[in-house]
Design a binder for this molecule. Structure first.
Ligand SMILES: Cc1ncc(COP(=O)(O)O)c(C=O)c1O
Length: 352
């Protein structure tokens, strides 16, 4: 039996899907136009337009942070505000980059259960920024993360509710889809239904966490914004001279639904792992597991045992309350997680 790999620290710790490596190898020889004037990038526009069922404009970049920031900055002036969930990557894990890209635009966190923005709290936050009051930042954009940073997914009605608030206030609606494939595979819905048809204006479409080497795509459903975004991408250092290699990864990722197979597999492995962990004495899942991330409170003894066995995962609490006997941890599965890895992790947790 294969030795289990007990590294559940991140989907970024995973390698590259063979189909994507093969596409890179196939693109490796010969001449191609620089800065996106190549056959792969041209084909990408068609492939993503087919995927989303309408003409879209796709801009390949290489980090999710760049995709998010370029999308938000395009819609947010320096006196504007970008509303996001408190736990969002934009708010907590991008070092304020969205504000830098938006030349001072303010990041405004909004709360809500399960990693999802609460519509009434979004309305209340917008109301604190009356239009035309020069002392206040002016609400300009809303970003929601699909799948969320809690490993849950926004359902169609939840997206539509936030979109209607955004539309009413003339705000741009952005979706951080670093794990969009996990969300689509989990919800079993068409990409179009949970994006532009539900009111999303621009999407950060992630592929890196799903199995690419390093490829993200900014997808604009409103071509009117694109001219400006192209200049911003250049200024940000994300107009790649050899763009064909990012485009080739994205093309392979979406070809023949590879992305949905890779992300669907990661989701299945997460569900299996969550079931096993949830049944451990003293353990409790913090959120429903609807994508490839698991947040679970584990007894400290189990955590120590897992670490001794060489398991890797993130401890999700900065400091433990005095006398606490358990801790919230995060585990992430990926396209290459095997059943053996899940079983090995559970065996180490159970100590047999
Ligand atoms: C939800 C979410 N958005 C965006 C990102 C940013 O990706 P990158 O690290 O490529 O900048 C991440 C990365 O962890 C993420 O989890």
């Amino acid at each position: 039996m294969a030795t289990p790999n007990l590294d559940f620290s991140s989907d970024n710790a995973a390698g590259v899907a063979p189909e994507i490596m093969a596409a890179l190898a196939a693109a490796a020889s010969g001449r191609a136009g620089a800065y996106g004037a190549d056959a792969w990038t041209e084909k990408l526009q068609r492939a993503f337009s087919d995927l989303f069922g309408r003409d879209v404009l796709v801009m390949p970049v290489v980090t999710g942070t760049a995709a998010n920031c370029l999308a938000l900055a395009t819609a947010t002036p320096s006196h504007g505000a970008m509303l996001c969930h408190r736990t969002s990557h934009v708010n907590e894990d991008e070092c304020g980059a969205a504000s830098v890209f938006a030349h001072g635009g303010k990041i405004v966190p909004v709360d809500g259960p399960l990693g999802k923005i609460d519509p009434s709290l979004l309305k209340a936050a917008i109301a604190t920024m009356p239009r035309g009051v020069v002392h206040r930042s002016q609400a300009a954009s809303v970003t929601l993360t699909q799948a969320t940073e809690c490993g849950t997914t926004y359902k169609l009605a939840e997206i539509a509710a936030l979109a209607s608030i955004a539309r009413e206030a003339s705000l741009c609606l952005h979706m951080d889809g670093a794990r969009f494939g996990n969300a689509v595979a989990s919800l079993r819905m068409k990409p179009s239904d949970i994006t532009w048809k539900a009111g999303v204006d621009v999407l950060s479409f992630g592929a890196t966490k799903g199995g690419a080497m390093g490829a993200e795509a900014l997808v604009f459903f409103d071509p009117a914004q694109v001219r400006d975004a192209e200049f911003r991408r250049k200024q940000a250092g994300h107009l790649l001279s050899k763009m064909r290699y990012v485009s080739a990864q994205l093309l392979a990722y979406v070809a023949d639904d590879l992305w949905l197979r890779l992300c669907g597999h990661a989701n299945d492995m997460a569900r299996r792992l969550a079931e096993g962990l949830g049944n451990l004495p003293g353990a409790s899942l913090a959120y429903p597991v609807e994508a490839n991330e698991i947040f679970v409170k584990l007894p400290l003894g189990v955590i120590a045992r897992l670490k001794a066995a060489g398991a890797r995962f993130y401890e999700w609490e900065w400091a433990l309350a005095e006398g606490a006997d358990s801790m919230l941890v995060r585990l992430v599965t990926a396209f290459d997680t095997r059943e053996t890895d899940v079983e090995g992790f559970l065996a180490a947790a159970r100590n047999h």
